[in-house]
Design a binder for this molecule. Structure first.
Ligand SMILES: [Fe+2]
Length: 364
């Protein structure tokens, strides 16, 4: 049985080393309809509290062993829901005031005036009730805010998802590609020890990296054959186009925006759109560049066959340092070697290539 299960509102504990005073208080409280427990010391009081849930503790200040102030500290720490009223001699009022700042609800001075005890106890319990209500309300509010934040994120992701689906209708090649790039990117980021929320954003960025292709002409997107220079340049407007589409939606998410804008930058500075080089390229974009290159090389396009698994890994390694970030390539080869990503059919029949991946990971 926990404290919450048994409503302790009308249960109290009276703590005093003088039996006569204690019993007088007990009778008084019983007259008020309370079930009373008694303790002759602070230590005993704590033992009673372990067994009996109460709403209120009335405790003498001055007791041998654990005194009232020490008991107050223990009760505050262990049972924050219990209201404590301290009992003190008139001469100890300064001590009683110190107890108030340590969390006592109130204090009574000896000798008691019964009416005053009644009034102070009622006040202390009312204050306790208000504090609890306030706290419950706050907790419910926080839960609601959290639920709404989750809902907003869900709606946002659903919106983003429909953008991605619009692109997939237009460019069948992107179907699957975006999801795979997202998975590979996430696996690389985890291998590099990046934090969970960054990893999540890298996955989202991988999913959306080519979203700007929505603005690329279909005849160019689906052309069966090599592209002219003009067509190639038209396709390569997609990073900036995607960045412009997502900027108003994702202004507070630089990781995704960087991926969309900079996933075609190259380490040697020969990439697009900004000609960034080396570490000037955001790390998240360097990660997705590796994931994207790997998947693009493995894929059949209208105008070329996909490379074999082994050739693709070899090609990644060749591009390491000029086009791709060597650290990221090494991490990807490690991911491949560890079997952490599912390559499906594309990885089948190439156990040897996985071993090759392991060899690469060791060398780099
Ligand atoms: Fe792209």
């Amino acid at each position: 049985m926990t404290h919450a299960e048994l409503d302790p509102t009308h249960r109290c504990l009276v703590v005093d080393d003088e039996p006569r005073l204690r019993q007088a208080l007990v009778r008084l409280m019983q007259g008020e309809g309370f079930t009373c427990f008694e303790a002759g010391s602070g230590q005993q009081a704590l033992e009673v509290l372990e067994r009996e849930p109460v709403a209120l503790v009335l405790s003498d200040m001055r007791m041998p062993g654990m005194d009232g102030a020490a008991l107050l500290r223990e009760v505050r720490a262990r049972y924050p829901d219990i209201a404590m009223v301290m009992i003190t001699a008139v001469a100890e009022v300064d001590v009683a005031v110190a107890c108030l700042s340590a969390g006592a609800m109130d204090y009574l001075t000896k000798p008691f005036v019964f009416e005053e005890v009644r009034a102070r106890v009622a006040q202390a319990l009312e204050k306790r009730r208000l504090l609890r209500e306030n706290r419950d309300y706050q907790e419910r509010l926080e839960e609601r805010v959290r639920a709404q934040a989750r809902r907003i994120e869900e709606l946002f992701l659903a919106g983003v998802q429909s953008l991605a689906e619009a692109l997939e209708l237009k460019d069948p090649y992107t179907r699957g590609h975006s999801i795979r790039v997202s998975q590979y990117g996430g696996a690389i980021a985890r291998m590099l020890g990046m934090e969970a929320d960054v990893v999540r954003n890298i996955e989202l960025g991988g999913h959306l990296h080519d979203i700007g292709k929505i603005g690329v002409r279909e005849d160019v997107l689906n052309k069966a054959g090599p592209l002219t220079r003009e067509e190639y340049e038209h396709i390569m407007t997609h990073p900036v186009l995607g960045w412009r589409i997502l900027k108003p939606l994702l202004d507070d998410n630089p990781v995704v925006l960087n991926i969309v804008r900079s996933h075609h930058e190259r380490m040697d500075g020969m990439g697009v759109p900004d000609g960034l080089a080396g570490e000037a390229i955001p790390r998240e974009a360097r990660i997705i560049a590796v994931a994207d290159s790997f998947d693009a090389m493995m894929s059949q396009r209208p105008y070329r066959r996909g490379l074999s698994y082994a050739d693709t890994l070899a090609e990644l390694r060749r591009s390491s340092g000029t086009q791709l970030d060597p650290e990221v390539v090494a991490a990807f080869l490690e991911v491949v070697a560890s079997g952490a990503i599912d390559l499906g059919e594309r990885g089948s029949g190439v156990a040897a290539a996985r071993a090759l991946g392991a060899a690469h990971a060791e060398e780099t």
